[in-house]
Design a protein around this ligand. Structure first.
Ligand SMILES: CC(C)(COP(=O)(O)OP(=O)(O)OC[C@H]1O[C@@H](n2cnc3c(N)ncnc32)[C@H](O)[C@@H]1OP(=O)(O)O)[C@@H](O)C(=O)NCCC(=O)NCCS
Length: 184
C-alpha cells in the first residue's frame, strides 16, 4: 500500500517496525503484504487463515469479503513469510460515528499465543493515531470456542467494554486521545 500525504513517513515507519518485530518473534524474514484488490492468492490466504482461526459460523462468504474490501479507508494486510501467510487484519472507517472511528472487523493469526496478534494490534493502534482517528471499535466475545480470553486480550491493549448483547457479542472501544500517545 502506498500512503501519500503528510503522515506517509510515519505510517511507513510503523509498518517497517512491525515487520522487524514480527521477524524477531517468528524467527524468519517476515513481510507485510497490502492487497489493493482481492485476487485469488489473497482470497486463498484469507480463507486459509480464517479456517484455522474461526468456527464455521463466523467465516465470511466471498461476497462478504468483497463487500468489506470496498469499505472506506480500508486497512487490510497479511503477515507473510516466503509464500505463506500467517496472519491478517481487516478494518475500515466507521461512517456511523460522530467522531473519526476505525473499526477492526477481523484479526486472525494462525500460530496463536506467540505475540503476533498483540504486535499487529499495537501497530494498528499507532497507525490509527497517525491517521487522526479518535477511537477504535471492534466486536468480540468473552472467550472464543477454544477458550482464548478475547476480552482480556483487548483489555490488555487498553480497550474497554462499550456494549454487549444477549448473544454474547461484546463491543469494545479504545479512545485515542492525545494523552494516550505513549507507546504501550
Ligand atoms: C485473538 C488473536 C488475534 C490474538 O493473537 P495472538 O497472536 O494469539 O495473541 P498474542 O500471542 O499476542 O496474545 C494472546 C494472549 O492469549 C494468551 N494465550 C494463551 N494460550 C494461548 C493460545 N493457545 N493461543 C493464543 N493465545 C494464547 C497469550 O498468552 C496472550 O496473553 P498474555 O498476553 O496474557 O500472555 C488470535 O489468537 C486469533 O487469531 N484467534 C482466533 C481468531 C479470533 O478470535 N480473532 C479475534 C476475533 S475478535
Amino acid at each position: 500500500m502506498i500512503e501519500h500525504g503528510p503522515n506517509s513517513e510515519d505510517v511507513g515507519r510503523i509498518w517497517q517496525t512491525l515487520e522487524a518485530e514480527l521477524t524477531r518473534v517468528i524467527g524468519r524474514p517476515t513481510k507485510l503484504v497490502f492487497p489493493s484488490t482481492m485476487d485469488d492468492i489473497y482470497y486463498k490466504w484469507f480463507k486459509t487463515i480464517e479456517a484455522t482461526a474461526f468456527r464455521e459460523e463466523l467465516r465470511y462468504s466471498a461476497e462478504e469479503i468483497l463487500e468489506r474490501v470496498e469499505k472506506p479507508d480500508l486497512l487490510l494486510f497479511f503477515v507473510t513469510t516466503g509464500q505463506e501467510a500467517l496472519a491478517f487484519i481487516l478494518g475500515y472507517r466507521l461512517e456511523t460515528e460522530w467522531e473519526p472511528t476505525f473499526y477492526i472487523d477481523t484479526i486472525a493469526v494462525r500460530q496463536q499465543g506467540r505475540g503476533v496478534g498483540s504486535l499487529i494490534m499495537n501497530a494498528v493502534m499507532a497507525w490509527a493515531r497517525v491517521k487522526k482517528y479518535r477511537a477504535i471499535v471492534l466486536d468480540t466475545e468473552e472467550k472464543n470456542e477454544k477458550g482464548l480470553p478475547l476480552r482480556r486480550f483487548y483489555e490488555k491493549l487498553g480497550f474497554v467494554l462499550f456494549d454487549s448483547d444477549e448473544t454474547g457479542n461484546l463491543t469494545m472501544r479504545l479512545r485515542l486521545s492525545s494523552k494516550d500517545m505513549r507507546s504501550r
